[in-house]
Design a protein around this ligand. Structure first.
Ligand code: C2E
Ligand code: MG
Ligand code: MG
Ligand code: MG
Length: 299
């Protein structure tokens, strides 16, 4: 019986091991096919950018757009960056994708400007992998040169985590980017490995309040206290402040009690393809904020 028990344990062990390894194989096979698909996606032009308006909270006008990457993956449909950015970063493919994003977004923004859409700031997300590449400054300079987009109309969004990876290098790169005239925003502000000292040392222009603080935003909440503090920090430092993930009138109403410069979220519009964004600007160049709605009702 002892032999039998040992035999069973071994067999189970083997089975378990085999099961485990085939599971592993399956995930890595998935990743490999995802990787291969991403590689193809670049050359087969399966990537597209969607644009989400940024709204000025003083006037209700669209003053900018964030370019958000979408992958039209054959057999899967429109795929969100959350599914593939990590792998693209691990494999380095993000560099190629990111360069495409930068050029595409600048080309589109320049086209909107030439159509007389007024000054529109385009925001592009940069991955830390891309940011720490030797030639990011040349890449940005070249995108501006090739498209003729005014540098101040390009804003690069970076997360707190990526800024703190290599503080000295970050400081230098940001300085060079600033010399080109582009704007720098800190994305998802407040949830990173926050160290406020970088606000002192780095040349940034904009703070984007992370949408987790906006989600339950209402008068008198802890989230409101945090949002108020971020806005007043930005104000004292002379930075622009943008709230992301605004979905409801309640959240907007609360934001409007504070001097928050801009907002972005489903309340105004989801990210949309370029043609739809053009239509949006033509049809509804500005949103009615609660205050203006009230004035309209009175009149
Ligand atoms: P992010 O830069 O913080 O972008 C904001 C995300 O919030 C977008 O998700 C947007 O669709 C979503 N969003 C906007 N308004 C609302 C709202 O009212 N409610 C909710 N629940 N969500 C809202 P998306 O497009 O899936 O992008 C996810 C993340 O992927 C981005 O977060 C960014 O970190 C990354 N990403 C997107 N495009 C690029 C890109 O071109 N390059 C790189 N490196 N990263 C990108
Ligand atoms: Mg962003
Ligand atoms: Mg964000
Ligand atoms: Mg985010």
């Amino acid at each position: 019986y002892a032999d039998l028990a040992m035999y069973q344990a071994k067999a189970e062990g083997r089975n378990t091991l085999r099961f485990y390894s085939s599971d592993l194989e399956r995930t890595s096979a998935n990743n490999i096919s995802l990787e291969a698909d991403i590689l193809r996606a670049v050359s087969q032009e399966q990537f597209v950018l969607h644009y989400q308006p940024k709204v000025d909270l003083e006037t209700g006008s669209i003053v900018g757009a964030e370019a958000l990457l979408r992958w039209n993956r054959p057999g899967f449909g429109i795929t969100s960056p959350n599914i593939f950015i990590d792998i693209a970063e691990e494999t380095g493919l993000i560099n190629e994708i990111g360069a495409w994003v930068l050029n595409e977004a600048c080309t589109q923004a320049a086209a909107w400007q030439n159509l007389g859409c007024g000054p529109l700031q385009i925001a592009v997300n940069l991955s830390p992998v891309q940011f720490f590449r030797q030639d990011i400054v040349q890449l940005v300079a070249e995108a501006l040169r090739a498209t003729g987009l005014r540098p101040e109309c390009l804003e690069l969004e970076l997360t707190e985590g990526s800024l703190l990876k290599d503080v000295e290098r970050t400081r230098l790169t940001l300085q060079k980017l600033k010399q080109l005239g582009v704007k720098i925003a800190i994305d998802d502000f407040g949830v990173g490995y926050s160290s406020l000292s970088y606000l002192k040392n780095f040349a940034v222009d904009t703070l984007k309040i992370d949408r987790s603080f906006i989600f339950n935003l209402a008068d008198g909440t802890r989230d409101e206290a945090i949002v108020r503090a971020i806005i007043s920090l930005a104000e004292s430092l002379g930075l622009k402040v943008v709230a992301e993930g605004v979905e409801t009138d309640l959240q907007l109403g609360c934001l409007l009690n504070h001097p928050c410069d801009e907002a972005q979220g489903y309340l105004f519009s989801r990210p949309v393809p370029a043609e739809k964004f053009s239509a949006l600007m033509i049809e509804r160049p500005q949103y009615l904020l609660p205050k203006q709605r009230m004035q309209l009702r009175k009149a």
